[in-house]
Each structure stands twice: as structure tokens, then as C-alpha cells.
Design a protein around this ligand. Structure first.
Ligand code: GGG
Length: 356
């Protein structure tokens, strides 16, 4: 049966890396006899330019009907001075909310060949293999009021969560830990924030339902430090929206580049959205040198989580490993020797190793 995939290239390098996803899917379809159909819709700054809104209704409708969504990236300096409702990021936040995608899964596992690409010492990075489960539709990004007040002289953002919102993400994190090494670290700021106190309470209550999972609580400042001093202590980390956004960018240091981190945004059932953790990288946009691997690895996550194609996902991940093992890399990866490739060339290597 044909799987309908909505492609949301977005802005900057999003337009370039989405081509890599399509090339990889076309290869998987040829090699394994699957049928994928694509529908491209706009989001972010390019949607503002084309339609006057970062999230056109047509995009939301198409995504709701799709079997899965692949997104590149949004944002760029061109739209920095636009009013807040026309910021490209509103499109991304809006589509996550519209699809009810409350759980953002960000696996952080380095490839052996890139051990030296990290600025951290090899013995620190070596055994790191963790999953950040970021709450995606609540917290500071969505709380109201969020506005300038007092003629612009003061400002307010609101960090709000309901018990239900915390419970469902904590359940997802416990379930993820059960599929991995049965360890869960809940990250909060419970010594300061009311929202974190409720968060911690919920994790403590939920613990009884998952007796096989070992639980620890960490304050976000300590977690940030431990992530780059002793990352191998972590298995699954669960945290609220903004802490998760920040910690996963930090965790990318373990893999050698933000260009290596994929993500899956999911709900209990229904359509999932898959996107690289990186943004639109305006500094290199249009040059054809972006790292396509985070997008390609996100495509593998889509095959696994949305379509149950575990074998095909593994084939893609193996092909990425093969390309790196043979010394191919993109400009963002600080590796000695090997051959530096452009986006399209790196994609072609992955395609070649999927076929072999
Ligand atoms: N592909 C991820 C992306 O485009 N990120 C840009 C961004 O503004 N993200 C905000 C967020 O992930 O919460």
C-alpha cells in the first residue's frame, strides 16, 4: 500500500536536506518494493513569503491526512524583525500542536568514526548512547500570557503544564526506557519552579507502574554539566520543552555535530513528524554543503516508528555508518583525513551503500 508522506522543506538548508530524504526513500522503495508518494507543502519563513503565514491551513490539512511528515528546518535572519505571529518558528510550533505531537524523541548515539570529531575527550564520549524525551506541546513555548506589557517596558512568558500533559510524556519516557536499558533520568528545576515540583511529583507517582525502571531526578543545571562530563551514565532523559531543546543541542557535541542528530515527534497514535534537530543554518544555506545525515537518520526513524519498517531503517543507519567508516564526511565534521563531500555527494554515498 502506498504511504503518503508530506514533505515540509521549510527554510535555509531545510530545502537542501529534504532532497536527501527523498533520494533515500526512493532507493528504499526501489530496493524493497515499497511505494511512497510525496506531497510538498510550505512552512516557516518561505510560507510567510508565499502565503502571508508561517503555517498555511493547507499545510495543516495535508499533514493531518498524511501517513507521516518529514520536515527540514525553519527560520532565518530575513524574518527576525517580523512580528511574532509571522516568525517562522510559529509554523513549526503550530504544526506540532495541530498534530498533537507531544513527545519529541531525540536519540544521541555517536558513530565510532566520529569519536574524534567531538571536542570532548574520547574516553568521555566513547560509550554514550542516550535518548532525550522532550515534551513538545507545553511549557514556556505555549504558555499564555507571552507578551510585552507596560508599553514594552516589561515582558512576560508563562511556563504552564497540566498534570495530564506531564503524565503522558512521563509514560512515554518510562516505556522508552523499558525498550532500552531501563534507566530514566527526569530533569527539572524543582528547587525553583512550581511546574518542576509537579513534574517531579508525577514521576514519583508513575514509578510504581514501571518497577523495572530505575529512576533518578536531576536539576537541569547539573544535568547540563553531567551530559558533557559523564554522558554514559544516561539512558533515557525526560524533560520539559525548553530544557529538552537546550540539552539536546548540548548533547549533539557528543556526536561531533548538530548535523548528526535526528528526531521523531510522536503522539500515542496517528501521524508522526520527523526532522533533524538542527535549524536552517542561514550561514551555509544555498551553498550545497549542509550535512544531510540528521535528515537521513530522521527518515530512518520515520520508517521504523510510523511504518514498522525496522529492517529498512537499520539498512539506512548501516549505510550512514558505512559512509562515515570509509572516511566520507561533510564540512561540519572535524575529522582528519578522509574526503570532504557536499550534501548531494554525501547523500549519493548513503544511497550507494543502501543498494550494496
Ligand atoms: N529542524 C528543527 C528546526 O527547524 N529548528 C528550528 C527551531 O526554531 N526550533 C525550535 C524548536 O525546536 O523548538
Amino acid at each position: 500500500m502506498t504511504k503518503n508522506i508530506v514533505l515540509l522543506p521549510g527554510d535555509g538548508i531545510g530545502q537542501e536536506v529534504i532532497q536527501a530524504a527523498k533520494a533515500v526513500l526512493d532507493t528504499v522503495s526501489e530496493e524493497y518494493g515499497h511505494s511512497f508518494s510525496y506531497q510538498t507543502e510550505s512552512i516557516g519563513g518561505s510560507a510567510v513569503d508565499e502565503h502571508g503565514t508561517p503555517l498555511p491551513d493547507q499545510t495543516v490539512e495535508a499533514c493531518k491526512k498524511a501517513d507521516a511528515v518529514l520536515l527540514g528546518a525553519v527560520g532565518g535572519p530575513k524574518w527576525d524583525t517580523y512580528p511574532s505571529h509571522l516568525r517562522p518558528e510559529k509554523g513549526l510550533l503550530g504544526i506540532r500542536k495541530a498534530l498533537g505531537l507531544f513527545a519529541n524523541l531525540r536519540p544521541v548515539k555517536g558513530f565510532e568514526k566520529l569519536l574524534h570529531a567531538s571536542p570532548l575527550k574520547e574516553e568521555v564520549v566513547k560509550d554514550s548512547d542516550l535518548l532525550i524525551v522532550r515534551e513538545l506541546t507545553g511549557g514556556l513555548y505555549f504558555g499564555t500570557p507571552s507578551e510585552r506589557q507596560n508599553n514594552g517596558q516589561s515582558v512576560v512568558d508563562t511556563l504552564s503544564y497540566t498534570r495530564h500533559e506531564i503524565e503522558r510524556i512521563v509514560d512515554k519516557a518510562f516505556e522508552s526506557a523499558q525498550l532500552r536499558r531501563n534507566r530514566l533520568t527526569s530533569v527539572d528545576k524543582a528547587n525553583v519552579l512550581e511546574s518542576s515540583k509537579l513534574w517531579r511529583e508525577v514521576v514519583e507517582e508513575k514509578k510504581a507502574q514501571y518497577p523495572d525502571v530505575e529512576v533518578e531526578h536531576l536539576l537541569v543545571d547539573a544535568a547540563a554539566m553531567k551530559l558533557i562530563t559523564n554522558p554514559s551514565q544516561f539512558d533515557v532523559i525526560v524533560t520539559e520543552n525548553m530544557f529538552g531543546d537546550i540539552l539536546s543541542d548540548e548533547a549533539s557535541v557528543l556526536t561531533g555535530s548538530l548535523g548528526m542528530l535526528p528526531s521523531a515527534s510522536v503522539r500515542e497514535d496517528g501521524v508522526g513528524l520527523y526532522e533533524p534537530v538542527h535549524g536552517s543554518a542561514p550561514d551555509i544555506a544555498g551553498q550545497g554543503i549542509a550535512n544531510p545525515l540528521a535528515m537521513i537518520l530522521s527518515t530512518a526513524l520515520m520508517l521504523r516508528h510510523s511504518f514498522g519498517l525496522d529492517h529498512e531503517a537499520q539498512i539506512i543507519e548501516n549505510a550512514v555508518k558505512e559512509a562515515l567508516d570509509r572516511g566520507y564526511h561533510t564540512a561540519d565534521l572535524q575529522v582528519h583525513g578522509g574526503q570532504k563531500l557536499r550534501t548531494k555527494e554525501m547523500t549519493e554515498k548513503v544511497v550507494e551503500y543502501i543498494k550494496s
